[in-house]
Design a protein around this ligand. Structure first.
Ligand SMILES: [Zn+2]
Ligand SMILES: [Zn+2]
Length: 324
């Protein structure tokens, strides 16, 4: 009797061990996989003319708290010339002006001055006549995706393929009345995110560049404008929180160029280096120790959005920012 009991006891132990092993090797990986939040939304908040110095010296409580958990670089390199169009273009086109041909603010899609190695696709599936952007590639590779663009600066519209976004709004009317287009843009972007939960949303704010031109970079008025940008970033993040999607969202905060004196366009470090701050699902924390170029942004966005970067893109995803 005693020996049977011993065997039974021993069998029970064995059985429980087997269950444990089964759980560890069969069920546990699925349990972990199921719990890891997936990226469903990618948001870019591009603040025209916002320099690393601007963020470091201005009162920016929102960005300060983001930096505690973000992967960031203060030395993301803009392209030359440090003008708006060449840099916004490079950011979304994954290459520099020598490739995409957007060499100045005078650029227009129907006035290409260089032979393009590759071409994007419009919303109707026809060739765009311009270098492919992350907007157009996302539409082409994932036709059902929801894409939105809210740009304070009207001319941003011409930098991506026609008909590829579900919602586009700019602040031209708001700006005609005042220089407070950023408020309307922030409100429209926040409301749209809560309403439609787009897969990819690009938000462009222009007021910091206005302050740089009007009052000068490094002035109190400039830093005050950066503080306002900080507040706008907070409003957009609050909208993402309210939508219940924060744990599935990655947000990139960056700029097209910095500035010196009352402008930009030259090759000084103050104009060339821009902040690049990535935060959200699966993003590691700390200052990036790898070089980051503004045209790496498109490749990084493609990586996060789960699409293939076109072979002609020069930029590479900033893998160091993302947990593997
Ligand atoms: Zn600009
Ligand atoms: Zn400017």
């Amino acid at each position: 009797m005693n020996s049977v009991k011993r065997i039974a006891t021993s069998l029970r132990i064995e059985k429980s061990r087997i269950v444990n092993w089964l759980f560890l090797f069969v069920f546990f990986p699925f349990a972990v996989f199921a719990q890891a939040p997936a990226i469903k939304h990618v948001i870019v908040i591009g603040v025209d003319g916002m320099s690393p110095d601007g963020i470091q010296k201005a009162k920016t409580p929102i960005l300060d708290s983001i930096l505690k958990v973000a992967a960031y670089s203060w030395k993301c390199e803009a392209v030359l010339p440090t003008s708006s169009s060449p840099n916004w273009a490079s950011m979304i086109m994954g290459a520099g002006p020598d490739k995409h041909g957007v060499t100045s603010n005078a650029w227009q899609p129907h006035k290409q001055t260089i032979e393009l190695e590759c071409e994007g696709t419009k919303g109707n599936g026809k060739p765009s006549g311009m270098w492919p952007t992350v907007f157009g590639e996302l539409r082409r590779q994932k036709p059902d995706t929801k894409i939105a663009c809210f740009n304070d600066w009207l001319a941003f519209n011409r930098l991506f393929e026609k008909g590829v976004v579900n919602r586009q709004r700019d602040a031209i009317l708001l700006q005609a009345a005042s220089h407070h287009g950023y408020k309307g843009i922030t409100r429209m972007a926040s409301n749209y995110f809560k309403w439609k939960k787009p897969d990819f949303m690009f938000v462009h704010l222009d007021h910091v560049d206005h302050a740089g031109h009007h009052d000068g970079h490094g002035t109190q008025a400039y830093y005050d404008a950066v503080s306002v940008a900080d507040e706008m970033i907070g409003r957009i993040i609050n909208a993402v929180k309210a939508s219940g999607e924060l744990e599935h969202t990655v947000i990139l905060i960056t700029a097209d160029h910095g500035g010196i004196g009352h402008g930009h366009g030259g090759d000084t470090p103050e104009e060339r280096f821009v902040p690049w701050i990535l935060t959200g699902t699966g993003v590691v924390n700390g200052e990036l120790q790898v070089p980051v170029k503004t045209y790496d942004t498109a490749a990084t966005l493609a990586y996060l959005l789960g699409i293939k970067a076109p072979d002609c893109w020069v930029g590479r995803p900033v893998i160091a920012a993302i947990a593997q």
